[in-house]
Design a protein around this ligand. Structure first.
Ligand code: FEO
Length: 163
């Protein structure tokens, strides 16, 4: 059985995962409207992954005798100043999510909830991989500069390294 505190933090994390999915969806739609199909596909796929993360939290809470809340989702930004800036915003968001996952680990250890600690480790690893893959994209964009964007747009789908 989850503690009230744990239930609360897990429900809050569900909301963060849904927002991440929406944020990537908005980035995908923006990139698609800009004619950047490869980048758009990358963001669409990322949005799906975040939805899967949300589902994992919902299922886990219910499996442990809680009742997962389905959150309201804030509207993400519609436009982004550029491709690099969009990925920088993605990285910033992932870093925030990583910190939130770490808070769950901390609470699980404090409460001696070893089942949750064990379960959440998958997300610890997932966040490490996500941050690394977004950082790799930013590094590549920096190397290419704006003129390389067309090549990069075709190239990006081979950069989904962590699946
Ligand atoms: Fe599920 Fe990338 O946070």
């Amino acid at each position: 059985m989850l503690s009230k505190k744990m239930l609360d933090i897990l429900n809050k994390q569900t909301a963060k995962e849904v927002y991440a999915s929406h944020l990537y969806l908005s980035m995908a739609s923006w990139a698609e409207a800009e004619g950047l199909d490869g980048i758009s596909e990358w963001f669409y796929a990322q949005s799906e992954e975040e939805r899967e993360h949300m589902m994992k939290f919902i299922k886990y809470v219910n499996e442990r005798g809680g009742h997962a809340e389905i959150p309201q989702v804030d509207k993400p930004p519609k436009k982004f100043p550029g491709v690099k800036q969009a990925f920088e915003a993605a990285l910033e968001h992932e870093q925030m999510v990583s910190a939130a996952i770490n808070d769950i680990v901390e609470l699980a250890l404090k409460e001696k909830d070893y089942a949750t600690n064990n379960w959440i480790q998958w997300f610890v690893e997932e966040q490490r991989e996500e941050e690394a893959s977004v950082q790799a994209i930013i590094d590549k964009l920096e190397l290419l500069g704006d003129r390389g964007l067309y090549v990069f747009d075709r190239d990006i789908m081979s950069m989904r390294g962590h699946e």
